[in-house]
Design a binder for this molecule. Structure first.
Ligand SMILES: [Zn+2]
Length: 237
């Protein structure tokens, strides 16, 4: 799938699980999912849904922060054995989730920086960086990212769910790739067998452009109505 479809699927996926997570206790942590957690989680999950393609040098995410993401991407490509290999495995999702959760537990500052980077990646992936005028798009993206991160910070957003959102974003990426012809080596490094290869629709083909992307966009709108009780905000007739 294309970067923007992956990013959209991350946001939709998070919005779909939020009602299930709210109030549940996992490993001694009770999750409270208020508006800040819903928005932060949707953006973190959208950004995380692009992480597996960091191993490809022309992927949206690899280009997001210039030399920083390019170097990280080259490193990932080397560690995980080339494009769409180890970075598209269940093991990778677990590792990324563990790193993100450790950051959240380790320092509040670290988690803010991490959220900032992921929100920027999400916005870039959703298409804010695809404008013809790259400099302007970059500035708008940076301002928006900074604004959103700051707003989430001042709202006292709780990041207890950080690891779960990152791992879930990676898993949604695999689902997206399995839905296209690519196939994903889920059980790497034990076996390189690609689940879902040659089944599904073509990347950036008619189905992705005319069905999948619009459906994901509509799902975000519907979930927003549902999660934020928007109809209640409308004036009574
Ligand atoms: Zn991929």
């Amino acid at each position: 799938m294309m970067g923007h479809s992956h990013a959209l699927s991350g946001a939709v996926g998070w919005m779909a699980v939020v009602p299930l997570l709210d109030g549940t206790e996992i490993l001694g942590t009770t999750f409270h999912m208020g508006p800040g957690e819903i928005i932060a989680g949707a953006l973190v999950c959208a950004g995380a849904a692009l992480i597996p393609d960091l191993d490809h040098k022309s992927a949206t995410i690899t280009q997001t922060y210039g030399a920083l993401t390019q170097t990280l991407g080259a490193f990932m490509n080397w560690v995980f054995g080339g494009h769409r290999n180890g970075t598209h495995s269940l093991l990778f999702a677990v590792i990324m989730g563990a790193i993100a959760q450790s950051l959240a537990l380790w320092s509040e500052m670290a988690v803010q920086v991490f959220v900032f980077l992921l929100v920027g990646i999400a916005f870039n992936g959703l298409g804010l960086g695809l404008d013809k005028n790259r400099t302007a798009a970059g500035v708008i993206n940076a301002l928006l990212t900074a604004g959103v991160t700051l707003a989430l910070y001042s709202a006292g957003t709780d990041y207890a769910w950080m690891g779960a959102a990152v791992a879930f974003g990676c898993l949604l990426h695999f689902v997206g790739d399995m839905a296209t012809h690519m196939g994903v080596p889920l059980l790497w490094p034990f076996t390189g067998y690609r689940v879902g290869q040659n089944v599904g629709f073509k990347t950036d083909g008619k189905i992705e452009r005319n069905v999948v992307t619009p459906a994901l966009t509509i799902a975000i709108v519907i979930y927003s109505f549902y999660l934020f009780d928007w109809p209640e905000l409308l004036p009574e007739i």
